[in-house]
Write a protein that binds this ligand. Structure first.
Ligand code: GSH
Length: 231
C-alpha cells in the first residue's frame, strides 16, 4: 500500500500545499489505492519538504519525482499523449509547480494579508512561548529563500503581474477543453488542480486568490475536477 505523507487539510481544500494536493489528485486520477499520514513538521521529511511517499519500503520525495515513479510503474496519465502532448503537459506542470505555486505560497506567507491568516491557522495551537517565536522564524527562513530564488527581489505589483500572466496562460491553454489533457486528465491536471484549487476554492484570501477567481473557465475547471475526483 502506498502511503502519502502530507500536511493536514486547511482553508477548506484537501491540502493547503499545492504540491501535496497535486500528488493526491494524481493518485485519484490514476485510480490508485493509498493511505494518508498527516505531518505538521516538514523537517522530518527526507528532503525537508512535503509531500513524500512510502512505496515498497522506499521513501520518495518531491511531487515531480513521485509522479514520474508512479508513471514508470504503470500509472502514467500521459500514456495516451503523443510526444508534443507530453512536452506540453511537462511545460504546464512546470509553470504551475515552479512559478504559480511559488507565487501562491509567497502571497500567503510573506504578504501581510495572507500572513494574517496563515499565522493563526498553522501556529495558533502551539503552546506559548513557541507560538510567539516559531512563526516569525519560519517566515524569515522562507523570506530569505525567496530572495535567493529571485521572486523576493520583485515589487508586489511585479509579482501580481507575473501571477496574472500565469493565469492568462493557463486559461488559454485549457481553452474549451474539460482538462489540460483534453477529454481526460493528464499529469498537468494534477499540478494545475494543486495550485488552482488553492487559489480558487481555498478560503485563504490573497490578491492572487481574488485574481484567479476572475477566470470563469478556471473556476469551472476546479469545480469539474472536484466533482469528478474529490466528491
Ligand atoms: N519541489 C517540491 C516542493 C515541495 C514544497 O515546497 N513543499 C513545501 C510546502 S508547500 C514545504 O514542505 N516547505 C517546507 C520548508 O520549505 O521548510 C515538490 O514538488 O514536492
Amino acid at each position: 500500500m502506498l502511503t502519502l505523507f502530507q500536511f493536514a487539510p486547511a482553508f477548506n481544500v484537501p491540502n493547503p500545499s499545492p504540491y501535496c494536493l497535486k500528488v493526491e489528485t494524481y493518485l485519484r486520477m490514476a485510480g490508485l489505492e493509498y493511505r494518508v499520514r498527516s505531518m505538521a513538521d516538514p523537517r522530518k521529511a527526507p528532503r525537508g519538504k512535503l509531500p513524500f511517499i512510502e512505496l515498497d519500503g522506499q521513501l520518495i520525495a518531491d511531487s515531480a519525482i513521485i509522479l514520474r515513479t508512479l508513471s514508470e510503474r504503470g500509472s502514467d496519465l500521459d500514456a495516451p499523449l503523443d510526444a508534443p502532448g507530453r512536452a506540453r503537459a511537462l511545460a504546464i506542470a512546470r509553470l504551475c509547480d515552479e512559478h504559480l505555486a511559488v507565487l501562491t505560497v509567497y502571497f500567503r506567507w510573506i504578504d501581510d494579508e495572507g500572513w494574517a491568516q496563515i499565522k493563526p491557522a498553522f501556529f495558533g495551537t502551539l503552546p506559548a512561548p513557541l507560538r510567539w517565536i516559531v512563526p516569525g522564524l519560519i517566515r524569515r527562513k522562507l523570506a530569505n529563500g525567496y530572495v535567493a530564488q529571485g521572486i523576493g527581489r520583485h515589487s508586489r505589483n511585479e509579482l501580481l503581474d507575473f501571477a496574472r500572466e500565469d493565469l492568462q496562460a493557463l486559461d488559454a491553454l485549457l481553452g474549451a477543453a474539460a482538462f489540460f489533457g483534453g477529454a481526460q486528465p493528464c499529469s498537468a491536471d494534477a499540478s494545475a488542480y494543486g495550485v488552482l484549487a488553492n487559489l480558487i476554492l481555498a478560503t485563504a484570501e490573497t490578491p492572487v486568490n481574488r485574481m484567479a477567481r476572475e477566470f470563469p473557465r478556471l473556476v469551472a475547471y476546479c469545480q469539474r475536477v472536484r466533482e469528478q475526483f474529490w466528491a
